[in-house]
Ligand binder design. Structure first.
Ligand code: UGA
Length: 437
């Protein structure tokens, strides 16, 4: 049976979740404090580039099953369940900044006059959920009638809709059967398609999410460390990843070596886990994460320094083209983008950096953005391939060789077909692929 669902916070996670809940048959109101975002969403438009999101928003804002508001009062007693989907950015200390979670709770609580379930989806340090429950109970007329559950989200940007509608698993951190059964009604549709479900306590649910991101980050840093080893010893990290990836216990996903991980989630989530591990005296975990982070940061520096070395040690005044600005393909998100770190490093060393990206907008001092690959490459003394948009693999190296001043390609994502580019006269440099022609 359809439920009334509120979704508080409508960025990547919240917008996709609200649209997904409407698609699952529920009546949904999304709440955000940004008026402009609410207007855009109410018009059925997506404020972000995310495959499939806009059609779903249009479908359900038109059907009347989905709308958005800036007023928490509208949803407080209306909804059967409230999902908190606000951001948990990094604070200066590295720990998670919970101010948005607290602000959302404080805006909602005074208007909750009947018993209700508040479900956290944001990524938070272990121990947040019980503290939040106390905060809500203390500030709301419904008092002890407020129950908190944690239902972490595992969606990837660029696949947000797909991951929301067809999740790999559903994790329910609950304190009682009432909360579990209400959440199962929310997810009745994916559960009817045999999506695995894990019911657990609040702490386990909070930890599952950060463990997943930390494990993914560790996989990436491991393969990047192996890329360094291949570079030093003369091996090929891509073939190595293919070979170990065939082992079902390892798996090939997240073993793509290159510039490492970025974005609005993995980097800040693992740092927050390290801070939380420190707080709990679990230094083996914070040490492990410290190594993962150090390897990741090292990849960016390594590529930037390699470019300077290839330019004869000095990039001052040299035109350098960069392919890709988003932190990964399929998104316009440039938060903590490895590509832009490298571009900024080169610009800081005096290079004239020209970036092309199919979706992302670059707003970094000293970096120009060009509307086409051709314009970015014209007159370049070097090209760096830093975000692996599929369209970059379709480029014509022969044509591009006629535009650049010097056909030198640094493939920071190890995705270009080196023999094809070499045949067109390009020198292609890839860290960790020394053995492959
Ligand atoms: C990540 C997780 O994959 C999601 O499961 C999680 O829900 C999300 O964070 C979150 O916490 O919200 P996302 O940030 O969209 O999702 O990006 P990923 O697809 O995980 O990629 C992260 C970074 O790793 C990207 O910069 C990507 O280029 C890099 N990466 C990925 C590699 O360098 N190598 C790989 O093999 C895979």
């Amino acid at each position: 049976m359809a439920l009334r669902v509120s979704v508080i916070g409508t960025n990547y996670l919240g917008a996709a979740h609200a649209a997904g809940m409407a698609e699952f048959g529920h009546e949904v109101i999304g709440v955000d404090i940004v008026e402009e975002r609410v207007q855009t969403l109410n018009a059925g438009r997506s404020p972000i580039f995310e495959e499939g999101l806009e059609p779903l928003l249009t479908k359900h804002t038109s059907s009347g099953r989905l709308r958005f508001t800036t007023d928490h009062r509208e949803v407080a007693d209306w909804a059967d369940v409230h999902f908190l989907c606000v951001g948990t950015p990094q604070s200066p200390s590295g720990a998670a900044d919970l101010s948005q979670v607290h602000a959302a709770a404080d805006s909602l609580a005074p208007h909750l006059t009947r018993p209700t379930l508040v479900v956290g989806k944001s990524t938070v340090p272990v121990g947040t959920a019980p503290a939040l429950q106390e905060r809500l109970r203390a500030a709301s007329p419904a008092g002890d009638g407020i129950d908190v559950a944690w239902n972490p989200e595992f969606l990837r940007e660029a696949y947000a809709v797909e991951d929301t509608l067809r999740p790999d698993r559903i994790v329910l951190g609950v304190q009682n059967e009432r909360a579990a059964s209400l959440l199962k009604r929310c997810y009745a549709m994916p559960l009817s398609e045999n999506t695995p479900i894990i019911e657990c306590d609040l702490a386990t649910a909070e930890l599952i999410k950060v463990a997943a991101n930390a494990f993914l980050a560790t996989k990436i840093s491991f393969i990047n460390a192996m890329a360094q080893m291949c570079q030093a010893a003369g091996g090929d990290v891509t073939l190595l990843a293919d070979a170990i990836g065939h082992d079902k216990r390892i798996g090939r996903d997240f073993l793509n070596a290159g510039l490492g991980f970025g974005g609005g989630c993995l980097p800040k989530d693992i740092r927050a886990l390290a801070a939380s591990a420190q707080d709990h005296g679990v230094t083996v975990l914070s040490d492990l994460i410290g190594s993962v982070e150090a390897i990741n940061a090292g990849q960016r520096t390594e590529i930037a320094e390699l470019a300077i070395e290839q330019a004869g040690g000095d990039v001052t005044g040299k035109r350098i083209a960069v392919l890709g600005a988003a932190f990964k393909p399929g998104t316009d998100d440039t938060r903590n983008s490895p590509s832009l770190t490298v571009a900024a490093h080169l610009a800081a060393h005096g290079a004239d950096v020209h970036v092309y990206d199919p979706q992302a907008t670059v707003d970094s001092p000293g970096i120009s953005q060009d509307p086409t690959v051709e314009e970015a490459l014209t007159g370049a003394e070097m090209v760096l391939h830093l975000t692996e948009w599929p369209e970059f693999r379709q480029l014509d190296p022969e044509h591009l060789a006629t535009l650049v001043k010097n056909p030198l390609m640094i493939d920071g994502r190890l995705k270009l077909h080196r023999p094809q580019w070499a045949k067109a006269g390009w020198k292609v440099v890839q860290i960790g692929r020394a053995a492959t022609l």
